[in-house]
Design a protein around this ligand. Sequence first.
Ligand SMILES: Nc1ncnc2c1ncn2[C@@H]1O[C@H](COP(=O)(O)OP(=O)(O)OP(=O)(O)O)[C@@H](O)[C@H]1O
Ligand SMILES: [Mg+2]
Length: 567
Amino acid sequence: MLHAAPLVERSPADRTAPIVPLNEIALTGIFEISKILTAPTRLETTLANVVNLLQSFLQMRHGVVALLADDGIPDLAVGAGWSEGSDERYRGRLPQKAVDQIVATAMPLVAENIVTHPAFGPDDAVTLGASETTRVSFIGVPIRIDAKVVGTLTIDRVWDERSMYRLDFDVRLLTLVANLIGQTVKLHRVVAQDRERLMHESYRLQKELSELKPTRDRRRVHVEGIIGDSPALRGLLEKIAVVAKSNSTVLLRGESGTGKELIAKAIHELSPRAKRPFVKINCAALPESVLESELFGHEKGAFTGAVARRIGKFEEATGGTLLLDEISEMDVRLQSKLLRAIQERVIDRVGGTKPVPVDIRIIATSNRNLVDAVREGTFREDLLFRLNVVNLKIPPLRERPADILELAQHFVKKYAEANGVPLRPVSADARRVLSANRWQGNVRELENTMHRAVLMAQGDEIGPDAILTPDGDRLDLAKTPPAVAHATMAAEQVTRALVGRTVADVERDLILETLKHCLGNRTHAANILGISIRTLRNKLNEYSDGGIPIPPAGTPGEYPRMPMMGA
Ligand SMILES: Nc1ncnc2c1ncn2[C@@H]1O[C@H](COP(=O)(O)OP(=O)(O)OP(=O)(O)O)[C@@H](O)[C@H]1O
Ligand SMILES: [Mg+2]
């Protein structure tokens, strides 16, 4: 049978000792303190909350956490009830000589009676309220970051009989709390310095970008393979030429098909890392567990099927650039691992035991608004802060119409050569159709359209009859707004056709039709459907499990529905 552990043996002077064993109270207290210390509140509030909690299980009258100034971070003094601007109140309670001694010796200081202790003067006795009738005890312990003393945790109490046997125990307890505080302060300082550095870097680059002189006075930036001469695109290319020289993380935003990947590659090629690898990974295309090992690699035996060690994209990109495509789709748990990799420049291979240092520049793309994603709780704010040092937006094609015809011409040439057909000019009518279209799918849609046009055009010119939608309809006719009556009728017919079907059925058809329309491109389809890629993928898995054939993931330039393309 189990016996209850004996309580601390009580001396006659000890009658008021608590019934619950001290260790248990202390353990609960420490546990609560550790929870407070990890809360994402500002440091002063966190520390004030710690003192507050200490009061609930430690015999004490006042407690103060004081931190010394360091590396541009100001000193602080907080206690229970701290509020902005009240530091002086707490600092005034600190017996200066005693605190200096704790800092200098890096040792705890215990005074059973401050009036008789050499580290306390008459002023301290007044401040701490000691008198003939009120005996005040004091305990102070150093707060350390590694070996360095960065502050003190001090308490005072009105002495009574209990004080005697608790002093030793309480010194140990306070030392433990001070160690926890030290770790928290360290973390806060690292994060604060890091934030500061990033903000500096971001400010410097954004300033440099905003001071770029008008293009007229400067040599134009030309990047092989990037077509277009609109002011918007020219401005963007000038910016990337500046940004490329730095090592900063870049976040590229832009609708699907605007050329984010192309621009990311250009940044790499204009950077000092150009001769090293450019590696890309699509964060939306893979389930979380696979993505993790793709990113960070894995050790042999890390999971079933890991028959050999494999390095991940981070290591593959060493010395070069890693493009994290569609970062908004990354699982939140993996985001924290990514944050560590970016912040500390080390990675952990799956199943690995020691961190591996990595030297890479990161470019991330997103066609979702990451600020919204942060608000929705699907994206870590600290990761966004990290990635957002330079933020570049690629304008949609409809906002730079001057690029449309030049791009169209470029794609005609490219696909005429690739397919071995003669190069033909785009007729004036066809050019009008191209210029008037809204290009929701941006450059990718234009590219696919011109690829089709090259193959479908009859005669000496590429005319409007060759400018087709993926369904084979003429783009100009498909876009003509139908007469109102016609539209109403069509809408009625559609509704009638839907009656009797389940929402799930209709949803499935809509998803699969949209996916076919997008030639299997998941990103594009999810955009049109207004759902996340993750949701789309889950739905497709569901259908596929139910035996429904799913269009394969398409890449631009592949047309699974047009047999002549295979030739
Ligand atoms: N300015 C341009 N000049 C030449 N080709 C371009 C240009 N912009 C985009 N493209 C081409 O358009 C296609 C789509 O570009 P890219 O893959 O870079 O877009 P994206 O923004 O990454 O799209 P998504 O969000 O769907 O991944 C590619 O084939 C790319 O080469
Ligand atoms: Mg892309």
